[in-house]
Ligand binder design. Structure first.
Ligand SMILES: Cc1cc2nc3c(=O)[nH]c(=O)nc-3n(C[C@H](O)[C@H](O)[C@H](O)COP(=O)(O)O)c2cc1C
Length: 145
């Protein structure tokens, strides 16, 4: 796999997961909070790990728009998120994103990775070591269709 990690992390939780993935795949990671899209090089890249915090039940628009605007070649796409645990809207949001990515000619992994992010009151010790192990395992067993 020749992969990169493209994500948006407002407060650093998704970034922690992104860094584990990027080590696992030995690929670059780009937080769209810091990187301009034009700086992302996808030469030779076949796989995109796409990450976001959940904000108001949604994935970040910059990440979605960037991935759905790609039309140079088909990619393998896998989604990972962190969230606080409020509501279930994110599940339809991710399914919808995966469907759109497939309609654009990409392959995708149905099984997205999720864990809690560190909150001010709840989940203060998240993401946990266990989540880092789980995400590394998810990457190793990933399947695109
Ligand atoms: C503006 C805003 C809206 C949020 N909305 C949701 C939400 O709808 N559902 C949820 O579970 N968590 C929600 N959260 C919590 C974040 O998803 C959670 O803290 C996540 O780990 C943030 O990722 P980040 O640190 O990578 O930005 C929200 C956080 C913010 C700042």
């Amino acid at each position: 796999m020749n992969g990169v990690v493209v994500y948006y992390s407002r407060t650093g939780n998704t970034e922690k997961i992104a860094k584990v993935i990027s080590e696992e795949i030995k690929g670059q990671e780009y937080n769209l909070k810091m990187f301009d899209k034009s700086e992302i090089s996808l030469n030779e890249i076949d796989t995109l790990f796409v990450g976001s915090g959940i904000y108001g039940g949604k994935l970040d628009n910059q990440v979605k728009d960037f991935i759905l605007s790609l039309n140079d070649k088909p990619y393998n796409i896998a989604v990972f998120i962190t969230r606080a645990g409020i509501g279930k809207a994110y599940i339809n949001e991710i399914s919808d994103f995966i469907e759109k990515a497939r309609n654009n000619g990409n392959k995708a992994c149905d099984d997205f990775f999720e864990c809690y992010g560190k909150g001010i009151i709840f989940h203060r010790k998240y993401p946990r070591q266990e989540d880092f192990k789980k995400v590394a395992n998810w990457v190793k067993n990933i399947d695109f269709k």
